[in-house]
Design a protein around this ligand. Sequence first.
Ligand code: FAD
Length: 474
Amino acid sequence: MEQNTHNKIQGKVFEEFCDSIGRENVFDNIEERVCYSFDATKEKSIPDLVIRPHSTEQVSNTVSIANQHNIPICPRGAGTGLSGGSVPIKGGIALDLKNMNRIVELNARDLTVTAEPGVVTKDLQDEAAKHRLFYPPEPGSAGFSTIGGNVAECTGGMTGMKYGVTRDYVLALEIVLPDGSVINTGSKTLRSVAGYDLTRFFVGSEGTLGVFTEITLKLLPLPEMVGTVMAYFKDIDSALETTDSILIKNHLHPRSLEFADKTCIDAVKGSAGEKIPEEAEALLLIDVDGNKMNVANDISRIDVLCRENSALKTSIAKTDDERDALWDIRKSVSTSLFKITSMKFNDDFCVPRSQVREVLKKVYELGRTYSIQVAAFGHIGEGYIHLNVIYNDVKAVDLPVHKLVSQILDEVVSIGGTITSEHGVGDAKAEFTCPTSSFRRVELELAPHEIEIMRDLKKMFDPKGIMNPGKIFV
Ligand SMILES: Cc1cc2nc3c(=O)[nH]c(=O)nc-3n(C[C@H](O)[C@H](O)[C@H](O)COP(=O)(O)OP(=O)(O)OC[C@H]3O[C@@H](n4cnc5c(N)ncnc54)[C@H](O)[C@@H]3O)c2cc1C
């Protein structure tokens, strides 16, 4: 990757940052910088400087000096992103926001919480729960990712079926723009239509438009309880039939409706906290929440529906520990796939619910055509699939994997789906390259004039292109 800014951050410019932000918050030693060279995609590109601000003013000063000297800024939360978003691929400054981790105000009567970007998602959820309130978005990384990163990626997660994604909870933002100025978007009210919806525009912008320094989120009353059913099926069709049965035919509204296929099930079998039927080719994990009576009622109805659709086995969690054990099976899928291989390629796409069966058929068909093992799991109730392409031969990353992924994404787009639904584009998903060919993924979904509009908007906010360059658009 290009590393072309280093000499710009030495001497006078370096001193300028230190004078303005405090020497103790500016790090130029290699030991610190290397820690900011990757995210969960394991890409490596070392920043020239790390800055850890404690306030909006320090963020503003940092960005303003960087802007004057054309130095790239890469905002960073916990670095758990899955598309390279917080990897400073053009060098410059890694702006670590973890020290801005105060919950500024939780207003229980207004059902809002205002927090700095570095607050860890679970800490915010735990604080809300103390007031019997609920912040629903629940990424698998909730224990370590930050609210700032969640907003920048429009993170989804396990409760999306009923509660939606991060975007649905962001009411207002304080943002430092690339020239160092500070704007406030939205309002702390639960509704507002005053002017264009800039808040929604910035959510999911992957650090390419500005830095969030304060975030106001909507809260909900905490459901009295959550109930969980796990069901194993002899084939994928029976599992998908069950999801329709639950949602469409019986109008039940689970908060989670998760799926995993045979390859995933086989990967977790050895370590699962319960006995998994040998012949299981699909699993569903279903959560419902609400008051005790409704939850008990819905859980037993869902259990019956699973059995009516030929479930091989169902398990209903009776305690929190049993619930955790069932969820551990689902949550360990991604890492357990490494038991099969040390190399896999992850993708995340979403199709209209009615198209899930078709797209999965295509995925397995293409896997057979190219003799490549594929594994699928995800938030199936929303048509969301984590696709894992498994290969043992590094050469396979070349043409067959390339063809397989591009044909799957073509199919996804042709049936009205999207090429990424919660992990963002970053640079990892901006372009798929291999030695013999490459294709730009965003261009599969967006028309050239639509991309042009987005580029123009980016230019308006960031004319010098200092904010997280190289991300989203190649
Ligand atoms: C084990 C695991 C499970 C995961 N599960 C899920 C899941 O269920 N659902 C899901 O959607 N994702 C999931 N993820 C992906 C990841 O956790 C999310 O994308 C998360 O929101 C990233 O937060 P972060 O604090 O780590 O941000 P980072 O990775 O540090 O940054 C992500 C992006 O946000 C930008 N950014 C960060 N802070 C700011 C800020 N204050 N202002 C402007 N831009 C900013 C960065 O520049 C970057 O582009 C998972 C990741 C892992 C490793």
